[in-house]
Ligand binder design. Structure first.
Ligand code: ADP
Ligand code: GLC
Length: 492
């Protein structure tokens, strides 16, 4: 039985800010179903404690010296669907308001917090059987291969193959070089072939260079990030990994995202009960205080209100959409100025525009289920889960042709028989407006029922992706002794 140790900053349902939480919560379960032994390590954040989920605290506790202090670690554990979720408890780092920082910002010691997570996870796991493979996620987990190569990893651990998955290249874990001594690594790890990048410490770069394989969350994004436009300064480093950089498109959890069994919906439905969907839509309008206009389509945005997601472009076209008789609902939080802009739009268009600032999963579910169109004007999108969740709930995506959206959404105008949404190319409001106009026309004149049935029947589950990860795991385990990460590791 292949055993995998995962390290991530989020894993749903325990901690979720965005899609990383979905992936790190679900992929392990789909792998466990295929017979793998998967352990996931994440911080024991205050939110987990406050949610009433008290993992069983294990006898495992130890002290780890990190960033100039001896730190007491306790390890909690919860078994869920055959996966061991382990929680690293350390009061000063993880008992705080917010996961990454207050109000969508960052804590000033995130370098120390997440390097600590990795070290503590490796130390906690050292008393278990050696895993066959370590799979770490994003910059938060990216130092795992570095600690194996240069750090104080237990004997045997250095030869464990590692896979790093990049969920978003825009977040690299870049810090002032002054934090380097806090990481507990030998001086030679601060070099261009590891952590140093133009005079700063860059966690993700080090992981990219030291992991045996680097994956990202869609084939298109894997290609895009080797170019200057979306490479965020690491395109050269990524391109140099050649065939060791692999794109695997995410799936979504078809058990939790299921409109037939979703307890958040007032009227559950499936593809054969579209009148039930319609009733849910009317109830949603009441809930959001939108006018009960049966003939106007409802466009929805759910997501982080940040530049990446192009939420500002949507804000820009809302007045025109309202003039054309469309309704809009928005759920999200993020940059203060984008939040304020949406609040103002809701204030000036009562009954037509509904805005909820915050994180509200049950409401998100009713929005996916009760809206006609899901708008994702992302400037870049490593994979995107929103568009896949929307389709599962019979809501047609309107997306920019970028990243994982290219791999999952196919334009209905170009392919009326096989399409599943509306896709636009350009970077501006004009392009988004044109796609929204096409969607609205389709609402009035297209064969909506047939298309909704079609998109609800698509298979965007983890079945396919889990198989691809498994293949890659097998390949890395077979290739382990030749892996690039554990070379010249004598002075750790
Ligand atoms: P990203 O990870 O870049 O934020 P994804 O589309 O991959 O984008 O995943 C976003 C996930 O977070 C989806 O499950 C989406 O439903 C959820 N989500 C985002 N914002 C909110 C919110 N304000 N309330 C509830 N769920 C949200
Ligand atoms: C990131 C990306 C998103 C992706 C998610 C899960 O947050 O922005 O596109 O779907 O990770 O991999």
């Amino acid at each position: 039985m292949l055993s995998v140790l995962m390290i991530a900053a989020e894993a749903a349902p325990y901690a979720k800010v965005g899609g990383l939480g979905d992936v790190a919560g679900t992929l392990p379960k789909r792998l466990a179903e295929r017979g793998l032994k998967v352990s996931v390590y994440l911080p024991y954040y205050s939110q987990i404690r406050e949610s009433g989920r008290e993992p069983e605290m294990m006898d495992r506790h130890f002290t780890l010296r990190h960033a100039g202090k001896a730190r007491r670690v306790r390890v909690g554990r919860e078994v869920s669907d055959g996966v061991d979720f382990f929680f690293i408890e350390e009061a000063t780092y993880f008992r705080r308001d917010g996961i990454y920082g207050p109000h969508g910002g960052d804590f000033p010691d995130n370098a120390q917090r997440y390097s600590f997570l990795v070290r503590a996870a490796l130390a906690a796991a050292a008393s278990d059987r050696l895993p066959d493979l370590i799979h770490c996620h994003d910059w938060h987990g990216a130092l795992a291969p570095v600690y194996l190569s240069y750090g104080d990893a237990a004997p045997g651990w250095r030869s464990v193959p590692t896979i790093l998955t990049i969920h978003n290249l825009a977040h690299q874990g870049v810090f002032d070089a002054g934090i380097f001594p806090d990481l507990g690594l030998p001086a030679r790890a601060y070099a261009p072939d590891c952590l140093e990048h133009f005079g700063s410490v860059n966690f993700l770069k080090a992981g990219i260079l030291k992991a045996d394989y680097v994956t990202t969350v869609s084939p298109t994004y894997a290609r895009e990030i080797t170019g200057p436009e979306l490479g965020f300064g690491l395109d050269g480093v990524l391109a140099a990994r050649g065939g060791r950089l692999v794109g695997i498109a995410n799936g979504i959890d078809y058990e939790t995202w299921n409109p037939r069994t979703d307890l958040s919906l007032p009227v559950p439905f499936d593809g054969d009960q579209l009148e039930a969907r319609e009733r849910g839509k009317n109830l949603l309008r009441e809930e959001l205080r939108l006018d009960p206009q049966r003939r106007s389509p409802l466009f929805t945005f759910v997501g982080r209100l940040v530049h990446q997601k192009g939420a500002d472009l949507l804000a820009g076209i809302i007045p025109g959409m309202v003039d054309n008789g469309l309704q809009i609902s928005v759920l999200g939080s993020g940059q203060r100025e984008i939040e304020d802009r949406f609040r103002m739009l809701a204030g000036s268009h009562p009954g037509r525009v509904s805005v909820t600032i915050g994180f509200d999963e049950p409401l998100s579910r009713r929005l996916y289920a009760g809206s006609d169109f899901f708008v994702m004007p992302s400037r870049f999108e490593p994979c995107g889960l929103g568009q896949m969740i929307a389709m599962r709930y019979g809501c047609l995506p309107v997306v920019r042709r970028t990243g994982g959206l290219v791999d999952t959404v196919f334009d209905l105008s170009a392919d009326p028989e096989g399409g599943n949404g509306f896709v636009f190319d350009g970077p501006g409001e004009i392009d988004l407006r044109e796609a929204v106009t096409r969607a609205a026309r389709f609402f009035r004149t297209g064969d909506r029922e047939a298309v909704i049935k079609r998109i609800m029947a698509l298979d965007n589950s983890w079945r396919h992706a889990a198989g691809l990860y498994l293949d890659l795991y097998r390949k890395s385990v077979r290739a382990a002794p030749e892996g690039p990460s554990k070379e010249d590791t004598d002075d750790g």
